[in-house]
Design a binder for this molecule. Structure first.
Ligand code: AMP
Ligand code: MG
Length: 333
C-alpha cells in the first residue's frame, strides 16, 4: 500500500481594527496552527506603539525622551538599542534627503494638530499664527539632535529644550517590519498582507501563486484608485498624501506633511507619493521625504535607495521610475 502525504490547503484568516491611531487590517494564509500562532500580531504592533514609538502615549520611550528634555534635562538620555537603531536609519535618510525628512518637527505637528481636525472647509482659524510657527520652528533641526554610543556600549540621545521628536513619518512602516519578523518566526504561515494606515506589507507568495494586487488611492477622488501594483513575493509599500490628514481654508489645502524649512505644509507640487522597497521603515520614511522634495529630487532620492517610486502632481500627472513602471497598472475604477 502506498501512503501519500497530502498537504492541507492553506486557510485564510482576516482581522481588522486600529493600530497607531489608524486603520489596521491583516490577512494571513497558512495552516490552521500557523494562523492560530499569529493571532497576537495586532497586539504586538499595539505594544510597539505603546512601549516605543508613540509621541502621545505616556508609556512610550519616545514620550519619555521628549518629556525629559521638556522638563529641562540637559544631559544625554539613555535609550534602548531598538530606538537607537530606528533613529540611526532615520538620521541617515534625513541627511540623504537634505533634511526633507525631519524627525524633530514634533512641536510643529502638535501645533498644527492635523490628527484631530480634518475636513473640507474647516477654515482659516485653524491655521496657527506666523509667530507660533516661528516659535516652534526655532527649536527644530536635525543638527541639534545628538545620538552617541557611550563607552559603556549604551546609546544616548540629547535634544534641546523645546524640541520634540516625532517618528510619525516612519512608525507605520516600522510596524510592517515588526510584522514581517513576527510572521517569519512562525511555522505554517505561507503568506500574508498587513496594512497599517498608509503602509502595507505583502509577505510571501499567495496560495494560488497569483501576484499581490495593491491598490493605490486616487488623491482627489474618494473610493477611486489610480491603479494597482502587481507584486510577487515580499515587499513594503508606503503612500504619503496630502489627502490624509488635512483641512481646507478657502481654496487652499493644509495637510500633515510639513516642510522643515518653513513649518508650513509642504508645497512641492505633489499630492501623493508611493514607494515600494524591501524595508518598511525605509518605504515609509522615503514616501514622506520624497513628498517634501518634489518630483525631481524625490525621484533621485528613491533611485539612490533602489526603491520603486510613483508620484502624482497637482495636475494629476503620474511620474514613475522604470522599476515602478514594470509593476504599476493604471486603472479607471
Ligand atoms: P507620512 O504619513 O508617513 O508621510 O508621515 C507624516 C507624519 O510625519 C505627520 O503626520 C507628522 O507626524 C510627521 N511629519 C510631518 N512632516 C514631516 C517631515 N518633513 N519629516 C518627518 N516627519 C514629518
Ligand atoms: Mg511616511
Amino acid at each position: 500500500m502506498l501512503l501519500i502525504a497530502c498537504k492541507a490547503p492553506d486557510q485564510e484568516a482576516k482581522q481588522a481594527g486600529t493600530v497607531m491611531g489608524t486603520v489596521y487590517a491583516q490577512t494571513i494564509y497558512g495552516t490552521e496552527e500557523g494562523i492560530q500562532s499569529a493571532r497576537d500580531l495586532q497586539g504586538k504592533l499595539q505594544v510597539l506603539e505603546q512601549v516605543v514609538l508613540s509621541r502621545k502615549t505616556e508609556t512610550s520611550e519616545l514620550w519619555k525622551v521628549n518629556a525629559s528634555f521638556m522638563q529641562g534635562n540637559k544631559k544625554p538620555y539613555q535609550i534602548t538599542a531598538q530606538l537607537a537603531e530606528y533613529l540611526q536609519q532615520l538620521i541617515q535618510i534625513s541627511a540623504d534627503s537634505d533634511g526633507a525628512l525631519d524627525i524633530t518637527l514634533g512641536a510643529a505637528a502638535q501645533l498644527w494638530n492635523f490628527d484631530e481636525q480634518a475636513g473640507e472647509n474647516s477654515g482659516q482659524e485653524l491655521i496657527p499664527s506666523a509667530e507660533q510657527i516661528r516659535e516652534v520652528m526655532s527649536h527644530t533641526g536635525m543638527d541639534k539632535l545628538q545620538m552617541t554610543k557611550g563607552e559603556d556600549g549604551l546609546w544616548y540621545l540629547q535634544i534641546p529644550e523645546g524640541m520634540q521628536l516625532d517618528l510619525g513619518a516612519a512608525g507605520k512602516g516600522i510596524a510592517c517590519d515588526i510584522a514581517c519578523d513576527f510572521l517569519m518566526d512562525k511555522e505554517g504561515i505561507t503568506s500574508a498582507v498587513v496594512s497599517v494606515g498608509g503602509s502595507i506589507l505583502v509577505y510571501g507568495s499567495k496560495p494560488d501563486g497569483s501576484p499581490w494586487m495593491v491598490a493605490v488611492a486616487h488623491p482627489r477622488e474618494k473610493n477611486k484608485k489610480l491603479g494597482v501594483l502587481k507584486l510577487q513575493g515580499t515587499h513594503y509599500i508606503s503612500t504619503s498624501g496630502d489627502y490624509e490628514r488635512y483641512f481646507m481654508a478657502g481654496e487652499k489645502r493644509y495637510h500633515h506633511i510639513l516642510d522643515p524649512g518653513t513649518g508650513y505644509p509642504a508645497d512641492s507640487g505633489l499630492c501623493s507619493v508611493t514607494i515600494v522597497c524591501d524595508s518598511g521603515l525605509l518605504s515609509d520614511a522615503l514616501s514622506t521625504a520624497c513628498f517634501v522634495l518634489g518630483q525631481e529630487k524625490g525621484m533621485a532620492l528613491a533611485e539612490k535607495y533602489h526603491a520603486m517610486i510613483l508620484m502624482v502632481d497637482d495636475q494629476g500627472t503620474l511620474f514613475m521610475n522604470d522599476s515602478m513602471k514594470a509593476c504599476f497598472q493604471v486603472t479607471n475604477d
